[in-house]
Design a protein around this ligand. Sequence first.
Ligand SMILES: [Cu+2]
Length: 175
Amino acid sequence: MAVAVGLLLLLLAVPAAYATNYKVGDTAGWDTNVDYTTWVSGKTFLVGDTLLFTYGSSHRVDVVNKAGYDGCSGSNALQTYSDGNTTIALSSTGSYYYLCPILNHCSQGMKLAVTVTAGNSSTPGGTPPTTGTPTTNTSSPSAPTPSRNGAMGRFCWMDALVVGACLMLVPLLGL
Ligand SMILES: [Cu+2]
């Protein structure tokens, strides 16, 4: 029974590693007078995630390098999009830069820089890849382990080698 519960919890935990689709600017979309530095802060972009730019016909999305981003110049754009509903896959690690090259929209805030990191647990910085996932399962049991309460629970948690013995002892002791 305990094994079955453990497997179930493992299955429930898997979706947390799925890709996230970020709508740039959230409800504001891709527009002037949105602070995309603030929008980026606190987000973790992982390989496999996507960016969705939604914008009107007066805007574009240029993919630029850092020099283009710093200088608000789309003249050396790597790619240009103008369809109004642009999904860009973040397919590898690194820094990526986007701006709107129309008029002076870039200097009015339409510039975005994201840093994409690998999607495994050894990500530098130690931030777990949980950003952007719904936190609806906070009331479920935290881990498929024996009771963490009491001396027996702590003993079991100390060493995986004794977990098997504890699993047999805990029901007998009624802990
Ligand atoms: Cu624009």
